[in-house]
Design a binder for this molecule. Structure first.
Ligand SMILES: C[S@@+](CC[C@H](N)C(=O)[O-])C[C@H]1O[C@@H](n2cnc3c(N)ncnc32)[C@H](O)[C@@H]1O
Length: 229
């Protein structure tokens, strides 16, 4: 429980109180035992968790889970793991899983940095998705940004060779930081060529977040890198 490292570490999120709707709370109470994964159980056995083999995609910070659900429904043979700390979002996704009958999603309610470090075996993931991570737009908060060299090295180690790291953001300054960090990481290749952002992949659903960004006239930047062999 009291890992001194994890207490010192700067986190990429602040737990907001966030009101739960009745439906979200009920979904959390009733559906968590079925679809939830416990951080405390240590290294994940994917085949046991999903009751089958198949490609594995992990999404960090799925928010309300809309894009995760849409992607999972579009790829029923793929196993999706969502990691989030925001309780209403988790309740919302658990509710949607039942409503839509999606059977290929499992959820961690825990810091994704620790889930990746302690639960996900090395070279086990086909893809990692991180869509619109908190931009922490004040300079003094940049240190809270998720996309930093140690985190990217951790993600890389969890991808299979050829596995995909897909990031998207609507903050230009963060997009530039992402490009710098990923390009310098070593062992990752930019699928669009050095320094180039990727065209928005058709399989990435449009989130509410992104729609808002578009309304505000923000651009959106996708980065798609693969792990070298
Ligand atoms: C700006 S929101 C974007 C949500 C969603 N991806 C979207 O596009 O609508 C970022 C989310 O990442 C989550 N988050 C940030 N750091 C995290 C971490 N270390 N582990 C798990 N979730 C995290 C936050 O709780 C928040 O819900």
């Amino acid at each position: 429980m009291s890992d001194p490292d994890s207490r010192r570490r700067i986190r990429s999120y602040v737990l907001r109180a966030g009101r739960m709707t009745e439906g979200q709370q009920r979904a959390l109470d009733e559906n968590w035992p079925r679809w939830g994964l416990e951080y405390g159980n240590g290294e994940l056995d994917f085949d046991a968790a999903f009751g089958r083999g198949g490609p594995r995609v992990l999404e960090v910070g799925f928010g309300m889970g809309r894009s995760l659900l849409e992607m999972a429904e579009a790829a029923p043979a793929t196993n999706f793991i969502g990691v989030e700390v925001h309780k209403p979002g988790i309740g919302r996704l658990l509710h949607a899983i039942e409503e839509h009958g999606a059977r290929n999603i499992r959820i961690y309610r825990h810091d994704a940095v620790e889930v990746l470090r302690d639960c996900i075996p090395d070279a086990s993931l086909d893809a990692v998705h991180i869509y619109f991570p908190d931009p922490w737009h004040k300079k003094r908060h940049y240190k809270r940004r998720l996309i930093q060299p140690p985190f990217v090295a951790l993600v890389r180690s969890k991808l299979k060779p050829g596995g995909v790291l897909h990031l998207a953001t609507d903050w230009e300054n963060y997009a530039e930081q992402m490009m710098e960090v990923l390009s310098a990481a070593g062992g990752l290749s930019n699928t669009s060529g050095a320094g180039q952002f990727a065209p928005r992949p058709a399989h990435r659903p449009l989130t509410k977040f992104e729609q808002r960004g578009e309304r505000l006239g923000h651009g959106v930047w996708d980065l798609v890198f693969t792990r070298d062999v």
